[in-house]
Design a protein around this ligand. Structure first.
Ligand code: GLU
Length: 513
């Protein structure tokens, strides 16, 4: 097999959408599986849609995702430059070649003329496009004489170059995901290849660069499938039919309710991020949330995205990047749109979060503690992480759900108080606090439990009655991680303090319970 070369070719017209990350990921996985090359090409020929910071964002996003390109603007490579705006002269000669061979023509129509044409066709119930049917009534080098055309060109009249789509021809394309795709050329329009500013459109630049950069597989979103027949014609007209890349069009990402394409607006509507990390709009200053800042771990994000449109052919769900590289295949990409199920993304996050070493997780917690102006030792933070990591989905929840490890409860869950706090529990806990005061400073969970057992045996109190009350005194809540481990982390003095406080604060509730 020839050496695999794939490319991710975003236009820097905004931040990289999470769907773009999936496209990049699939390209990356395919390249790595075949010991091939993953190229990043910046398609910036549409200057009017340029957004400052977008190109940098794309590079950073790929780096964060651990899918950095082998060749690209930053990395360099044998086929540089990798930014299309730096390759302008290259495209010119191929446009010329198409013109000379009669596969393209000059069009001088003004925007008024184009509008009039569309209105006329629309009124006649026809497809309002510049195509095999309408081109001969327009102002172009097919309808003008050679002399008139030359005159216009030398007088500097504005023009575009259009492809001359053949009439009534079936254009075939073998898509690796969709199989055979056939299109009647009469449905295609004579797309502009070179704009009036002299720059190529996406179609020309994309085909020329894929050829010159020796791309073997074009793996991209389904939204480009309608353009593929045009690209097939361009490969043929430029004499590159034999070396045309393979195509694989990836299914669209759909909203969680299956209705409509995933977009920036879906994120706002459903309340989840649609960008890899935060994006600040350079114009409005508006910040759109990212996966990274929302607490998604890189491994979880990648795993989630990999399964959005691809099926491993087994029940396995958790995949490391290396396993993905091994298992990935273009043949098992679905045709149907992939629903963006954010709950699944959360599930992945949970699975990966609990595997993160406490030493690493503690950094998240320590940062939040610092912000809350609470001091903590690294050791305590690690202990809290150990107890909490199976119970949270995101690192920031370590702090938000486990504040009681650092703050004596100020409130007690009313429902739990009503159900679980009573005379018997209160008296038993007071006795327990007395016993603890007599004991050792450093108290292990085991010792704390033994002491509690002794106190209860002496008083004939039941474990099932005292434990929920003890938990309430420690945390203010009804649930949480193992209680004795919690007590060990809190330390003897704090435990005694909390019992005394709960007994005092809740004394008034006893009669009413
Ligand atoms: N520049 C196109 C985009 O922004 C690339 C499409 C392709 O991969 O051919 O999506």
């Amino acid at each position: 097999m020839e050496t695999v070369r794939v490319r991710f070719a975003p236009s820097p017209t905004g931040p990289l959408h999470i769907g773009g990350v999936r496209t990049a990921l699939y390209n990356y996985l395919f390249a790595k599986q075949h010991q091939g090359t993953f190229v990043l090409r910046i398609e910036d020929t549409d200057q009017s849609r340029f957004v400052s910071g977008a190109e940098e964002y794309i590079g950073e996003a790929l780096d964060w995702c651990g899918i950095s390109p082998d060749e690209g603007v930053e990395q360099g490579g044998d086929y540089a430059p990798y930014r299309q705006s730096e390759r302008k002269d290259t495209y010119q000669q191929y446009a010329q070649q198409l013109l000379e061979a009669g596969y393209a023509y000059y069009a001088f129509d003004t925007s008024d003329e184009l509008n009039a044409m569309r209105e006329r066709l629309q009124a006649a119930g026809k497809n309002p496009q510049y195509d095999t049917a309408s081109r001969m009534s327009m102002n172009n080098s097919l309808t003008l004489s050679e002399e008139e055309t030359q005159k216009k060109l030398s007088s500097g009249a504005p023009y575009v170059v259009r492809i001359k789509i053949p009439e009534n021809e079936e254009v075939h394309l073998n898509d690796l995901v969709r199989g055979e795709v056939k299109v009647d050329s009469s449905t295609l329009d004579d797309k502009v290849l070179v704009k009036s500013d002299g720059l190529p459109t996406y179609h020309l630049a994309n085909v020329v660069d894929d050829h010159l950069m020796k791309i073997t597989h074009v793996i991209r979103g389904e939204e480009w499938l309608p353009s593929a027949p045009l690209h097939v014609l361009l490969y043929r007209y430029l004499g590159w039919k034999e070396s045309m890349p393979n195509f694989a069009h990836l299914p669209l990402l759909m909203n969680p309710d299956g209705k409509g394409k995933l977009s920036k607006r879906s994120g706002d509507r459903f309340g989840f991020p649609v960008y890899p990390f935060n994006w600040k709009d350079p114009q409005s200053g508006e910040v759109s949330p990212g996966f990274r800042e929302s607490g998604y771990l890189l491994e979880a994000t990648i795993n989630f995205l990999a399964l959005l449109g691809w099926h491993p052919g087994s029940d396995q769900e958790l995949f490391s990047k290396e396993e993905l590289i091994e298992a990935f295949s273009l043949e098992r990409i679905h045709k149907a749109g992939a629903k963006f199920d954010i709950e699944k993304a959360k599930w992945f996050n949970q699975q990966y979060l609990k595997e993160v070493p406490n030493t690493v997780l503690a950094n998240y917690l320590l940062k939040d503690l610092e912000e809350a102006k609470i001091e903590s030792s690294q050791e305590k933070a690690e202990q809290v992480c150990e107890l909490m990591k199976e119970r949270v989905t995101f690192p920031h929840e370590l702090w938000s759900t486990a504040q009681y490890f650092y703050r004596t409860p100020e409130h007690y869950d009313e429902k739990i108080v009503k159900k679980k706090w009573n005379e018997e529990a209160s008296a038993a806990l007071s006795a327990y606090a007395d016993a603890l005061e007599q004991s050792n400073d450093s108290l292990s969970g085991e010792q704390a439990k033994e002491q509690l057992q002794q106190v209860m045996e002496t008083r004939g109190a039941k474990f099932g009655k005292v434990m929920p009350a003890l938990r309430l005194a420690m945390t203010g809540q009804g649930g949480g991680p193992d209680l004795m481990s919690t007590i060990e982390v809190l330390g003897r003095n704090e435990v005694v303090k909390r019992i005394r406080q709960a007994v005092d604060t809740l004394a008034a509730t006893i009669n009413t319970n």
